[in-house]
Design a protein around this ligand. Structure first.
Ligand SMILES: Nc1ncnc2c1ncn2[C@@H]1O[C@H](COP(=O)(O)OP(=O)(O)OP(=O)(O)O)[C@@H](O)[C@H]1O
Ligand SMILES: [Mg+2]
Length: 506
């Protein structure tokens, strides 16, 4: 029998049927994956299960008994835990304080040490290593994710929803997470897994349910399908996984970085005398294990933090320039953290689409904003980049995660930049939209834009880069043309092994 069953669930938002008569069951001891395009209704279905959204129709059965889940508290009482697509942690507090905040207990005194001990017990049992007294802001994303899982396990959940847990993880962190999931399954817990990465889905799932436009299309087992078939079912048509790309013809140097040194928020030098040049009409992929200075390099180039060394764009020295001066030099930036750096959550979609260009002549009339022009730009971007929303007046948080990402990408690419800083540009984006975004980046490069692509996904770096640089401990350790690159050499360089990489290359 299913532990939890959702029967005929329909959820309607103004202008959108997010879930359309969805029936689905979840068993103990199994990983059940939800797969579907951005906006297919995966998070909404899970929000209904967790009591964050009320269905317009349908019912939920727990151990065969109809149960009204009208709040997360009821969901927790039914043994349901959820790790959301975007983390819900307070960065200035410690792990143990975040866990305490998530508890529903109304006690005058909570023994912090007791909670910390229990956290350690859970952490050992499931392989989720974390220091209970560490401040959240000092943890890596992978560690923060463990805290979110521990928060759910602390409340004794028997079914854990993981909404795109691997979108922000490095391959190593993903392996660790998968081990923790296997430990949960061995304990006879149920796991609902959501991901756009088909190889992961094939590896971890017992059952895969495909959603399309809010409806269940099919349920399959990994042994009876393959990645291509899954992609077709998701998108509703055959998908071409290759992008046609012509040979690159690099032009003048657009970005010149000399002896760049950048410190992180804690004062540790993360970029240590880095040199690089990127030319017009080329995509320069930066490969590397997360935390080797990628964030600080991009922040340094974009003028978002103090730095030493020289940064010049199209021959103009911008080493001391403000972020706006740098943007005005023709720089576009798809930042690593879309919600923290890319959008203003409480603002409507159309405002977000002109967030750093609203003051330009294009959108002003004298001292005032020309809303008609803002609206027509928003309409154009929504249609051209297939951002799924019924209305540009809606707040950003009405958009699905992948559609928030598409919004940032559309705004930045539409600037027709001379230099594009693209950090994880397809994070959380479905397979069709990933193809589309890659094509748009390649088109920008064909128009003469210089592109820096930062990604921890080696497949993405290999798919569209013309040149690849491997960053290690704040320096570019090796650089090669894409045609000379292979996974082994890059992997060795990523681990700092220059000698072995040279042997493989020759
Ligand atoms: N609070 C809300 N208000 C209005 N519309 C919403 C709201 N939440 C979701 N929607 C809409 O419901 C649809 C389904 O969104 P949902 O977040 O469930 O998609 P998803 O499958 O999780 O996509 P992704 O892969 O991008 O995360 C989308 O069209 C979205 O715009
Ligand atoms: Mg989602």
């Amino acid at each position: 029998m299913d532990y939890i069953e959702m029967r005929d669930i329909t959820k309607i938002y103004p202008g959108t049927v997010a879930c359309d008569h969805v029936s689905i069951g979840f068993k103990r001891g199994e990983v059940h994956t939800l797969l579907g395009e951005n906006g297919a209704g995966k998070s909404t279905l899970m929000n209904v299960l967790y009591g964050l959204a009320q269905p317009d129709e349908g019912a939920i059965y727990v151990n065969g008994k109809e149960t009204k889940i009208d709040s997360p508290k009821t969901a927790i009482d039914c043994g349901i835990g959820m790790v959301h697509q975007h983390f819900m942690l307070i960065p200035t507090l410690s792990v143990v304080e975040n866990v305490i905040l998530s508890l529903d207990e109304k006690r005058a005194f909570i023994n912090k040490k007791e909670v910390a001990d229990h956290i350690l017990k859970i952490s050992h049992k499931y392989g989720l290593a974390v220091d209970p007294y560490a401040k959240i802001s000092t943890l890596t994303v992978g560690q923060q994710q463990r805290v979110e899982i521990i928060k759910a396990l602390y409340k004794n959940c028997d079914l854990l929803v993981l909404d795109e847990p691997t979108a922000v993880l490095t391959p190593q962190e993903t392996r660790e997470l998968f081990q923790a999931i296997r430990n949960l399954i061995a304990e006879d817990k149920a796991v609902i897994f959501i991901s756009h990465k088909l190889n992961e889905v094939m590896e971890i799932s017992k059952e895969i349910t495909i959603l399309h436009l809010g409806k269940v299309i099919n349920s399959v087992e990994p042994c009876n399908t393959n990645a291509r078939e899954l992609a077709c079912m998701m998108v509703g048509k055959d998908v071409c996984l290759d992008i046609g790309k012509e040979e690159h013809r690099p032009g003048e140097a657009v970005l010149e970085v000399e002896d760049l040194r950048v410190r992180d928020g804690k004062g540790v030098e993360r970029v240590r005398g880095l040199n690089m040049t990127v030319h017009a009409g080329e995509i320069y992929g930066i490969a590397g294990v997360d935390g080797n200075g990628q964030s600080e390099l991009i922040r340094g180039i974009a003028g978002l933090c103090k730095k030493n060394g020289r940064v010049a764009i199209c021959g103009v020295d911008l080493s001391r320039a403000t972020p706006r001066q740098i943007l005005n030099q023709g720089v576009a930036h798809i930042p690593e953290d879309r919600q923290g750096m890319g959008v203003v959550m409480k603002m409507p979609i159309r405002n977000n689409l002109v967030l750093d260009t609203f003051y330009s002549e294009e959108f002003t009339k004298g001292f005032f904003l020309d809303w008609k022009k803002v609206d027509s730009k928003a309409q154009y971007l929504i249609e051209h980049y297939d951002i799924k929303t019924p209305n540009a007046d809606n707040d950003i948080n009405s958009l699905s995660g992948g559609n928030q990402q598409k919004l940032v990408v559309s705004r930045e690419l539409d600037k027709q930049p001379k230099l594009l800083l693209a950090v994880h540009p397809t994070r959380g984006v479905d397979i069709g939209a990933t193809q589309f975004i890659h094509q748009q980046i390649v088109s920008a490069r064909d128009r003469g834009c210089a592109v820096i692509l930062v990604s921890t996904e080696l497949d993405e770096i290999m798919a569209i880069s013309d040149r690849i640089g491997v960053i290690y401990e704040g320096c570019i350790l090796g650089e090669m043309d894409r045609k000379d690159a292979n996974y082994e050499t890059i992997g060795l360089l990523m681990a700092g092994k220059t000698d072995e990489a040279a042997c493989v290359a020759c």
